[in-house]
Ligand binder design. Sequence first.
Ligand SMILES: *Cc1c(COP(=O)(O)O)cnc(C)c1O
Length: 402
Amino acid sequence: MKIPFSPPYINDAVKNEVLDSLDSGWITTGPKVKLLEQQIAEQTKVPHVLCVNSWTSGAMLIFNWMGLGPEDEVIIPAYTYSATALAVIHSGAKPVLVDVGEDFNISLEAIEKAITPKTKVIMPVDIAGWPCDYDEINQLAERRKAVFNPSSEVQKKLGRILVISDAAHSIGATYKGKKTGLLTDITIFSLHAVKNVTTAEGGAICLNLPEPFKNDELYATLRCYSLNGQTKDAFSKSKAGSWRYDIIYPGLKINMPDVLAAIGVGQMQTYESEVLPRRVEIFEYYNRFFSNKHWAIAPPSKDEDKASSCHLYALRIKNATEAQRDAIIAYISTKDVAVNVHFQPLPLLTVFKTMGFNIADFPVAFDQYKNEISLPIYPQLSEIELNFIVETVSAAVEDVMA
Ligand SMILES: *Cc1c(COP(=O)(O)O)cnc(C)c1O
């Protein structure tokens, strides 16, 4: 039985929206992007949502707007996908890596220790769709106001560290009754092909800044900035007699095209009602099976404050070494079941090693990684396939760990 890791969910609604865009005579940024922004605004309850062409470019846009430079520091977890750190590097600022906790998410204590007067942003990551401790993190940014040392107009206006949620995995997750998007100053979703909601490539930025910022004005500024800093987008300029424009910012070119937004528009129609509940069901299926296995450590999915978006099922094998985990994956692969590891902590990767990061400084991140295996989780999986996956994983673990 061949089971892929994470195929996109493409139903008739998605196909119809894409065809509609292709037939409309307008395929780049226009009405489909607007519609997707509205759907995400409704889903998150954040009124102002800006779609761009990736999570990464969205983060760079925000860092750019904040005026980050080489003296500025951005605190991120060591346990994440590389884009979290690369966006910081591309903005010219310095990524400050900190360790995580046993739920895979950034450690509050580690953030607290890493804050300096140069800290401009804390960017927690909701690993696997599990929300971070946002009340505590937001309070920390507030509490450290006195040591905050702004180096741009935007930073001065905010007067404290900005909290950005890397919610690449967590669209639809909840924290204390609120959806992700509404939990921090800025939230960025990834709409990449393997994420819970996709536009093939894309990102969505939720703007939730406090007074005196005006999120509607900020939306207009960032929309313009994402389109070369041009006063008129191509859609408005395409109307007869509407040719003249100006360039008012040294902008980026990171807008989302309509033909891709159409995929997301189709996906959002069933995300909350069908896709997310099915992801939760699969997560619970795995939990039920693995709760009977003494060697299994199940990932977090629900407690009194949090509910995961079930983006990944990050199973850990008790007492497995890195080599044993790799052998378990090799065994599973011989049965044509595609599994993965999320993530290799950044200090294991060449670019970050070269920057001087050492995995020995991130012991929890390494412990979480060394025995982790991500299992397939998506709505198309049948009961027969799920049963095959858990039996295969079980056989692999019992074979390797015997
Ligand atoms: C996928 C991912 C990103 C990058 O998203 P893109 O849309 O591909 O730029 C960032 N952070 C995390 C945690 C991710 O998993």
